[in-house]
Design a protein around this ligand. Structure first.
Ligand SMILES: [Zn+2]
Length: 382
């Protein structure tokens, strides 16, 4: 592997670092990395690896760019809204460094395709935002003995590590043997995230990848780095491989990829995605609001900050977080439609109120986002 004169100029600040040098830069060029997700974490990871001269970069993402992504997913621009993220990311990478070979995998990573995709790369970097894909990524990496450079973010906090049982450390399952119950840990879409946070965690992941490529320094193998942006504090937790781990332990029971949706307790997509018996549509909600004789009250269970951003006239605000104290203000014999942003929290509120003896409850499918899409586009989506 040789570097052209153009590459020597481009990477000169690397080449004069004794720890990198010509040999290290050639190793970076010889390295292939699979980036799972071209979103918040994937953006800085892919951009910095491209700038650093990584040889080949694979991108797995089946999503398209949304306006609400732009606050943190800096690999995409305003004019990319609506485009496939993998294609938008590829164009940015090409403009940063045309020497990088980009391979697009515009699919959802699944038990069927993960081994075939992961096999083609030296290092895998986890930029996913959901538990089934995170366990899938972990298991595929352990089975194929690929380092898995892990990062995750939520609100103001993030964490990063390098999982590589074949290099002596633990895997993601050693740390988190069981996924949280579905709905217990809110996603960034539900809970929010500071836009710069994936930049910090993604840059830690990119740093670890470059260190693995050049074989210098001390990586995060056996360590979990925890970052809090509000306090501007880093902490570190020592990690150990769990000899009882079902995939990297001494007597592994998982020898091939499993059904990760099922493992994480996520019900399979219904063949006929109709309306759940406990749900009504936003059309039903509109009818309830415009037809007083139906005597249906619509309760919005979002937080006050969200209510301030977007609301539907005629709804009553009672945040889910205050429901255990405030539900006695409601009438257990009254018919209520419960609404939130997307229909997840309203279902939680429904289950809670039903336990308290409320009889006539429905959750509004799709929440205020669906209301904005289907009833009144002047209600902003956030
Ligand atoms: Zn393990």
């Amino acid at each position: 592997m040789e570097l052209s004169n153009e590459e020597i100029r481009r990477y000169s600040r690397h080449l004069i670092l004794p720890e990198v040098g010509l040999a290290g830069q050639k190793r970076i060029k010889a390295t292939s990395v699979l980036c799972i997700g071209a979103g918040g974490l994937g953006s800085p990871i892919a951009m910095y690896l491209a700038a650093a001269g990584i040889g080949r970069l694979g991108l797995v993402d089946f999503d398209t760019v949304d306006f609400s992504n732009l606050q943190r997913q800096i690999i995409h621009g305003t004019e990319d809204v609506g485009r496939p993220k993998s294609e938008s990311a590829r164009d940015t990478i090409r403009s940063i460094n045309p020497n990088v070979e980009v391979t697009l995998h515009g699919v959802r990573l699944s038990s069927e395709n993960a081994l075939d995709i992961v096999r083609q790369y030296d290092i895998v970097v986890d930029g996913t935002d959901n538990f089934p894909t995170r366990y899938l990524t972990n298991d595929a990496c352990v089975l194929l003995k690929k380092p898995n450079v892990y990062g995750s973010i939520f609100r103001f906090e993030g964490q990063a590590s390098v999982f590589a049982p074949h290099l002596g450390g633990p895997c993601y399952r050693c740390l988190f043997p069981e996924p949280p119950p579905p709905g217990m840990v809110p996603s960034c879409a539900e809970g929010g995230v500071l836009g710069v946070l994936p930049g910090i965690i993604g840059c830690i992941q990119a740093t670890e990848i470059l260190k693995l490529a050049i074989g210098k320094g001390t990586t995060l193998i056996n360590r979990l780095s925890l970052f809090n942006a509000l306090d501007m504090k880093f902490r570190e937790v020592k990690l150990r491989r769990d000899p009882k781990c079902p995939i990297c332990g001494d007597h592994p029971t998982i020898k091939e990829l499993i059904d990760y949706d099922q493992f994480c307790g996520i019900p399979a997509e219904p063949v006929n995605p109709g309306v759940h018996p406990d749900e009504v549509t936003v059309q039903d909600m509109k009818k309830a609001l415009t037809t007083p004789s139906l005597n249906i009250k619509v309760v919005d269970v979002r937080e006050p900050d969200e209510f301030e951003i977007a609301r539907v006239t005629g709804t009553l605000l009672m945040p889910l977080s205050t429901l255990p104290q405030k539900f006695t203000d409601l009438d257990p014999n009254q018919q209520y439609y419960l609404s939130c942003k997307a229909g997840v929290r309203s279902m939680k509120a429904l289950l809670f109120l039903r336990e308290q003896g409320f009889k006539y409850l429905k959750s509004v499918k799709g929440g205020i986002s669906a209301w904005s899409d289907e009833i009144d586009p002047s209600v902003p989506k956030y």
